[in-house]
Design a protein around this ligand. Sequence first.
Ligand code: GUN
Length: 293
Amino acid sequence: MTLIDGKAVADQIKQEIAEEVAAIRAAGGKIPHLAAILVGHDGGSETYVAHKVKACEQCGFKSTLIRHENDITEDELLAEVERLNNDPDIDGFIVQLPLPKHISEQRIIEAIDYRKDVDGFHPINVGRMSIGLPCFVSATPAGIMELLRRYDIDTKGKHCVVLGRSNIVGKPVATLMMQKSEPGNATVTVCHSASKNLKEMCRQADIIIAALGQPDFVTADMVKEGAVIIDVGTTRVPDASKKSGFRLNGDVAFAEVSPKCSYITPVPGGVGPMTIVSLMRNTLLAGKKAIYK
Ligand code: GUN
């Protein structure tokens, strides 16, 4: 069994990006600039955004964090998005989700200029991805594909079972895995809460990508000998032994599943670090105007 070290791969990619930014700087070019809008004080969102700002520093990017209180109106947030759309110094920006209930996330996402949508959530980027055109691919699916690429994992013709159909992970990673490219070119089955025979489906899988948000959902009896397991779950589970009072738990029962696998991602330290680095890569591409002029 090979443990897929997402942290090490992410560190390596950050190093590669930093070297490219140093070259841009030396040539007098524009330093990529990422902005993040954070509404409210959700613990998870605060942590994620702090990690994104730190990653920007490590890559040599400029970053701007814009905070708003929970009572910001949808119109005010739309005006903030418009301001960033029109700010020539900002190459890309994200609006951290979730947003308060009185704000439509979809309206906000659709208001972002797709050329600055480094999260890859805008329907134009999602649509372009689905037909294989250059676009910003959302960070978690892009990170999973990069891990498969860097570990040289053979996906062609394999049966890949994706657990979960979210717009952020399940749907886009299923799309990428079926695309005629390497990695990709797999036979993809998407399972979700209404799926029948889910266990049988998993047992037939050469590759399982678990993105349900249900701790320890995938157990050893669901996994074929030699399968590749990508665990996207990051649920906060109370844990008195931790200083924070919680630990991050994956969707896979790691202790019992890992002995059966050829490759497996741990939680934490697997897909998570790759998600942030994929956002950095998109920001670099935005800064270089490599996808859209
Ligand atoms: N909330 C959880 N994941 C993400 C992400 O990748 N981007 C944004 N904007 N919000 C999130």
